[in-house]
Write a protein that binds this ligand. Sequence first.
Ligand SMILES: [Zn+2]
Ligand SMILES: [Zn+2]
Length: 260
Amino acid sequence: MNYHRFKHLGAYCPKCSRKVELLFSEETSELPQFYICFKCKIIGQFGIGELSTNEFSAFSPERKKEIKACIEEIPDKYRYQAKGSQLRLEEKSDTYTRRWLSLYEYEKAFGEKLGFESIDFREDKYICKWCNQPLEGRRRSFCSDRCSRNYGKATFFKRGVSTLPYRIASRDRFYCRVTGEDLAVTNRFGVRIPASNQQLEIHHLVFVSEHGSDHETNLLTVSKQVHQDYHKGEVYAVQAIENIKEEQLRMHSDKMYTKK
Ligand SMILES: [Zn+2]
Ligand SMILES: [Zn+2]
């Protein structure tokens, strides 16, 4: 579930007729869709209309409590440093910058879906994804709603991250492909959670500046350190990454370059 914020031709505020910003899921129209007018300071939901303020008072005490917990427990609220996200939204190689393809653009460019949608680090499917306790009854992921919520919060920032690099990290199970370093967050139960520990970066084997594509075969999860070392020319990093690159080029060179 990845929301995108953008403007669109013909999307005007019903009140002031200025351009509104839209908030739509990349993948589906089944999720609520919104427009925001910064002039009128209103948020509207498609199919419903302007959302009125001050509705919170009518919520059940239980729901109010849930909301409060959500708000207070957004992880790393104060430690959050990066401007965009902890995964890089763009690959910069000297002067060359390009944003990541959306899933739709990916499919159009390569004629295939990206995959790696769901990530589940568990070896045993009958334990809770958050607290490592056995699951009971018909539960398949979490032992309790509380664990489900905590997990959702811990993986919260992936929503600010482009889908593509997140999926590459998922493919590589959040390990550095050069050193095997663990780049996932580990929670207080000692359970690995699919969120970057802020050391995770995605490298283009064929550089963007050399017309390298965003195809998954051209992308590699590496630690920040390895990434820096590679671009500085440190032998261990260059050797390891060049080996992977050669191997990939032997099999996938057609996908690893953008078509001109
Ligand atoms: Zn649990
Ligand atoms: Zn790189």
